[in-house]
Design a protein around this ligand. Sequence first.
Ligand SMILES: [Zn+2]
Length: 156
Amino acid sequence: MVRKREPSIRLSKNNGVNATIPLCPFCGKPKNMIAMLGAAGDKLAKELGRPDGDLPMYTKIPGDDEPCEECLKNNIHFVVVDRLPAPKGPRPKRVGSFLLPRAVAPDFLNPDVVDKVMERGGAIIDEKGAENLTRAFNKAVENARKEHISDSTKDE
Ligand SMILES: [Zn+2]
């Protein structure tokens, strides 16, 4: 029998569940959730200059790269892994994540792919793929700027 592991935390001696509202790492606004960090929260609070170990109401949690709901509505969330998942290969390791504005994505990605990825709430990409995507994005921004410049010279 496989026992399902329940998510659990070690409680803080003085601050119990030590709850806080995490700030979105992308827009900095409070997320629509509560994080209970327990004893780990005491350590973080002390690093943030709170000697009593009690977390403030809002905290930017180090290593948190999950966007808030609002960011997910307007952006495509790409989770970057060290290698793409393969049927019998080792488990990919998450190395970070980034957002791509939904509005500009169809400029350099197949719009059908964009829709599918948005439906699924994001995509997994390896570091090489992330590099290529960043390059394509920068090029699209550059082209848009050039077009804008030539448009404004036309008007004059
Ligand atoms: Zn956000």
